[in-house]
Write a protein that binds this ligand. Structure first.
Ligand code: CA
Length: 224
């Protein structure tokens, strides 16, 4: 899951980004509303969530969110507001934000809101993803095969989650990189291949009927 964090207070932005990265999310940070607006118009497809501060230089969070929705951008938005005023919250939700959080907040609260927003699109049918004898639960962040928990790192978990949402589909390295790594990661490094190879080795060891196939020159495919 890749997150765009728009927050102009450097200290807060750093600590939120660090907390999210520790949870295995890829995070890009923008400190200015106009810059965030530009990035969102071009790259919104890369993001699974936007965490948006209300008061920003350049363009405020309300205008940013409203304009994004008017352009048809449906990426979930979690609004941060420093003021616990009812009208701010209503305004935040009216502009098309999916949820809001009042500063100061505890990181556990932020993380639980993010999980809830991440779950929302598929909550109606199957919160647990199943492919063959492999089951992945986004809520508990556990992947199990025949009752055994796979010893995955968070990045491997996110990779597997991405693959399991697209069984039998060819997924390109670029797709994986765009969804699971942030702009700061070095694209030339073989970072995607290294993590996929580690995940593949764990599947071979722990799961008989699900495997990751390499599609030469393109990427990978989850098979079962
Ligand atoms: Ca601010």
């Amino acid at each position: 899951m890749r997150i765009l964090l728009v927050e102009d207070e450097p200290k807060l932005a750093r600590s939120i980004a660090r907390a999210l990265e520790e949870e295995g999310y890829a995070v890009d940070v923008e400190k200015d509303g106009l810059a965030a607006d530009r990035r969102l118009s071009v790259h919104h497809g890369d993001y699974d969530l936007v965490i948006l501060d209300l008061l920003l230089p350049g363009k405020d969070g309300i205008a940013l969110c409203r304009d994004a929705r008017e352009r048809g951008i449906v990426t979930p938005v979690l609004m941060l507001t420093a003021r616990d005023a009812v009208e701010d919250r209503v305004l935040g939700l009216d502009c098309g934000a999916d949820d809001y959080l009042v500063k100061p907040f505890a990181f556990v609260e932020l993380l639980s809101r993010i999980r809830a927003l991440g779950r929302r699109p598929r909550a109606a049918h199957a919160p647990v993803l199943r492919v063959g004898s492999l089951a992945l639960d986004p809520a508990t962040q556990e992947a199990r095969c025949d009752g055994h928990t796979l010893p995955l790192t968070l990045k491997e978990f996110r990779l597997l989650e991405y693959f399991m949402g697209r069984p039998h589909e060819v997924v390109s390295r670029q797709d994986l990189f765009d969804h699971l790594w942030d702009f700061a990661a070095n694209q030339l490094s073989r970072v995607v291949d290294v993590h996929v190879n580690n995940l593949r080795a764990k599947l071979i060891k722990h799961c008989d009927d699900v495997s990751i196939e390499t599609i030469r020159g393109i990427g990978y495919r989850l098979r079962f």
